[in-house]
Structure formats: C-alpha cells, structure tokens
Unconditional design. Structure first.
Length: 364
C-alpha cells in the first residue's frame, strides 16, 4: 500500500468554509480527555475525526453512505493531512473503494473500528448486522451497541424541515421505533396528519394510543403526501405503491441503506426522470402522476441537509468513551454485542448540565 493516496475529496479548497463551520461545533468529550490522550496508539477508521485525533488516535476514514459527506468538512481534514476518502454523491463503485482505503495503515494493521459496522456501533442497521454476525458465529471481536444508549434515543427527529410546507399534508411514517417516533412527533408538530405503518403489534398499539392512525402501506400509499421510511428493512415502498400515490408525493428514507424505497423500479418504469436540484429527483409515471424522491432513497438528513446539530452529536457520540474503554480495558469485553455501560451514558449526559447533588440525608 506504499502507493496509497494520502486522501481523496471533491474540493480541498472548501477548507476555509469548513473551518468556520467546525469552529462552532460543541466538543465536550474532547475537553474532558484531550490532556490524558487515552487513545494514543489506536488506529481507527472514524467519523469523530478531530476529537479522536486530539486523544492520540492514528485514524483514517470514509463516509457511511454515498450522499452523507459534507464537502466543506472533509476539506478541512484533507488540508490538515488526515487520510480521508470520500466525496458527496460518489458512485456505488467508489463507495467500497473509499472504505477499503481506511483499512490499511502504513505502520501496522487496523486495531479498532468506530461507527458503521465495527467495534462501537451507533446505527440501528449496524447493530442489527452485528447481532446476525454473532448468531452466525462470525463475529470475531467484542462490540458495544451505542445506538440504544439513553443519551442517543431522545434525539431521533432528524427528518423534518425538507424545504416543503408540511402543515395540512398527510405524512406516512413507515416504522414506529425510536426514529419513527421522533419523525412522527416532529411531523405532527409541523401540522401534518400522520399515519403509521408497523409490523410489530406492540409498537403499532403505542402509535395508536398516541393518536396516530395505524394501517398498511397498501392503504396508506393512497393517502399520503409525504412518505418517510425508518425501518432498516427492505421493500417497504414498492412499484404497486408508487402507482397509487397522489401527484407529487415526496419520498425519503432515514436509515443507512437505499433498500427501503424501490428506486430501481422508478428508474426502470418511469416515463421520465428529472433532477430538480442536487439529491432531489422527479419521476413522471405512466399514469400521469409524479413522484419526488430525496437522496435517491439514501439517508435523507445527510443527503439533503447537514445532519444533526452538533449538540446532538455531542450527546449521542458516546463512542469516544466506548473506544477509550475498549482500548484501555480489552479484557473486560469478550466477543459479542454489549450494551453501553450506564456510567458512560451518565458521563455523556452530565457534560451538558449542572446536577443537584444529594445531601447525605437525601441519599438515605
């Protein structure tokens, strides 16, 4: 790998803009641990670039999906000499190439992985895949599930505000897990009438008890103006659903992969496809109706916007602490999928608040 590129990004000239954006990001974890540098020597494929670098990590990284890269941010790290391999809208052929670049280090093998599908995992899709690997006896390392940490679950409404009038619209949310609940609540707050589709009876009952209509996609597809998939499952919205939708229905996906909305069917069957603006495609169907798809069915909040606020990332990326624990105490975690220790969750939560301390009498 001696001929490996030092980095590959779209436009390193965007670094000036990137520096301005990163200057206002909140970094509680970095302030807490940068002096001790507990991760010195760890070679990590990471997204928390600057924080991990300040803790002593030798790192290289790529993005979690083809549209999730923010060009001005990656330009900062490329300019600083950090190995970063990603650009927004990279073709599917380029996506695995970028990931491969993060796996090879000049001075030794990769020994820790962070984020999508590795030792510490913050996505629902990744955690699901880790459990499948464990069940198939092919998981070879200890892993910690950060996705279900208490400090991450409340920050789940990252779908809304996609440059459209939401009030009075009918919004169909597929799935009523943590992300689905957040999207439904936010859409309702913007004035939408929300319909939920679910496969789990308990989740469906929760949705009904919270005032949402619960039905199937076969029925909801005829009513919705906005469709949001949050399931991490395949084949949620198919060709038969597109053909029954209202004119100019808007579709988007909040999960990592592009398998929930059958965009391939649209590409093969639409009379015409037009790109309205970056990551916004307009399909004209044979029945005369039009369908609008955001981010080609990939993760919408990063494909069409800038993702979550930095405060949310500061709370949910307890991955920094997980990496410290796994690196400094590898003997405590056997091969398997472990929950985030409560003490680490509490430590992240405490970064942003001032707690009232119990007196000795109150503690009794």
């Amino acid at each position: 790998m001696s001929d490996k590129l030092p980095h590959k990004v779209a436009n390193i000239g965007l670094a000036t803009w990137g520096h301005k954006a990163l200057d206002i990001v909140e970094n509680g974890c970095r302030e807490l641990y940068s002096a001790s540098r507990p991760l010195k020597g760890a070679c990590i494929m990471a997204i928390l670039i600057e924080t991990l670098f300040s803790l002593g990590v030798q790192e290289q990284w790529s993005s979690c999906s083809i549209f999730s890269t923010q060009e001005h941010a990656v330009a900062v790290f490329a300019e600083a000499g950090m190995p970063v391999f990603t650009w927004k809208g990279k073709m599917k052929e380029g996506y695995p190439w970028c990931i491969e670049q993060t796996l090879y280090f000049k001075d030794g093998p990769l020994n820790m992985i962070l984020d999508d599908g590795g030792i510490s995992e913050e996505t629902k899709t990744g955690v699901h895949n880790l459990h499948k690997m464990m069940a198939s006896a092919i998981l070879k390392v200890p892993t910690i599930n950060v996705n279900d940490s208490i400090t991450k679950i409340p920050y789940r409404w990252h779908q809304v505000d996609q440059d459209v009038m939401i009030a009075s619209k009918v919004a169909v949310v597929a799935g009523y897990g943590d992300v689905g609940k957040g999207c439904a609540q936010a859409l309702q707050g913007f004035g939408a009438c929300v319909i939920i589709t679910e496969t789990d009876p308990i989740s469906a009952l929760q949705a009904a008890m919270e005032g949402y209509e619960v039905t199937t996609m076969d029925e909801a597809c005829q009513e919705g103006n906005i469709f949001v998939t949050t399931t991490t499952c395949v084949n949620i919205i198919l060709g038969r659903h597109f053909e029954q939708m209202k004119d100019d229905a808007i579709l988007c996906n909040t999960e990592q992969s592009d398998v929930e909305i059958d965009v391939r069917w649209l590409n093969n069957n639409a009379v015409e496809k037009a790109n309205i603006k970056p990551q916004v495609d307009w399909y004209w169907l044979k029945n005369g109706c039009h369908i609008i798809v955001l981010a080609e069915g990939w993760l919408v909040n990063l494909g069409c916007a800038m993702g979550r606020p930095s405060f949310v990332g500061n709370n949910s990326f307890n991955q920094v602490m997980v990496q410290i624990v796994l690196w400094t105490h590898p003997d405590k975690y056997p091969i398997g999928v472990h929950f985030l220790p409560k003490k680490l969750d509490e430590a992240v939560a405490e970064l942003n608040v001032k707690l009232t301390k119990l007196t000795e009498k109150q503690a009794q």
